[in-house]
Design a protein around this ligand. Structure first.
Ligand code: G
Ligand code: G
Ligand code: MN
Ligand code: NA
Length: 253
């Protein structure tokens, strides 16, 4: 059983670490971004996956300090890669609904960006459709975030509070097609139609699109045919520690 106190201690003892998974442009086969994902290296229990501790963190509010730790560390890491002379790429960070609901979120992000020196245009916040439950608040917050200069993507697109209404109304830069649609895109006609439909819609709305969970060459070929711009998944790389990601990044230069 995980307790709130374990989380606090884990953060103090440095048991959380970040792994990085590339986002690839399909038309040019090159690296365009990276998603940062949290891992908990527990001294006794081994690696605890986010699915086991993020929900608890959401519940007890620990996601606020933890999410801020993720943002600060990942921004610092990306800035240091840019400083090495590597071609700039976009850093995607998952933002929990709890963080999104903080009224001073913009000020907090602005502070992290100025402390780390990462220009806002290289930071992308991944939010889920659940933020749309409060349309008035979401509209205002997204407006503020765009003013700050960061990018916004909708994660797990198609699985949640899907309304096409907000695509027109909100300043969204990217849709990330949930991997449940990508998984069987080659064998399930409905999934193929959904991925194809989302890609076409995004293209005409001038919103970028990323297919998540791409695991094989067949999927890559199919996505290219659909003019899906970007992809992410084990086919390219699993989420890896920063030194391993840096090697991939340097190869792409
Ligand atoms: O890495 P993995 O596939 O196990 O991640 C599982 C889930 O945990 C994903 O849905 C992802 O959005 C979430 N997650 C991973 N890292 C973070 C993080 O830093 N912040 C938040 N809020 N969620 C994360
Ligand atoms: O919800 P979110 O998109 O943030 O979750 C990303 C999660 O998806 C990460 O935990 C990552 O480990 C996982 N993931 C990334 N690529 C693949 C893939 O190709 N296949 C599967 N099954 N999971 C993946
Ligand atoms: Mn994500
Ligand atoms: Na997702």
């Amino acid at each position: 059983l995980l307790l709130e106190n374990d989380l606090r201690i884990a953060l103090e003892l440095g048991q959380f670490r970040l792994v990085y998974q590339p986002l690839v442009d399909l038309s040019q086969d090159h690296l365009v971004g990276v998603e940062v994902l949290l891992r908990w290296q527990h001294p006794q229990k081994g690696e605890i996956p986010p699915s086991e501790f993020i929900p608890l963190c959401e519940e007890n509010g620990f996601i606020l300090p933890l999410g801020e730790w993720v943002l600060r560390n990942a921004c610092r890491q990306m800035k240091s890669w840019h400083d090495l002379g590597l071609p700039p790429i976009v850093l995607s960070v998952n933002l929990s609904i709890r963080q999104f609901r903080q009224h001073d979120l913009c000020a907090r992000i602005e502070k992290i960006l100025s402390e780390t020196g990462l220009p806002p245009r290289w930071l992308e916040l991944e939010i889920t459709e659940s933020i749309m439950a409060d349309v008035t608040y979401a509209t205002e917050m997204l407006k503020q975030l765009k003013k700050l200069g960061v990018r916004i993507s909708i994660d797990d697109f198609g699985t949640g509070y899907s309304s096409l209404y907000y695509l027109k109304r909100f300043p969204i830069d990217k849709l990330k097609i949930d991997r449940t649609f990508v998984d069987e895109v080659l064998t399930d006609r409905n999934d193929a139609a959904i991925v194809s439909g989302i890609s076409a819609m995004a293209l005409s709305l001038e919103i970028k699109v990323t297919a998540e969970g791409v695991e094989n060459e067949g999927q890559v070929a199919f996505l290219k045919e659909l003019k899906c711009q970007e992809a992410q998944g084990y086919y390219f790389s699993k989420p890896v520690p920063p030194d391993q990601f840096q090697s991939l990044y340097e190869l792409d230069k």
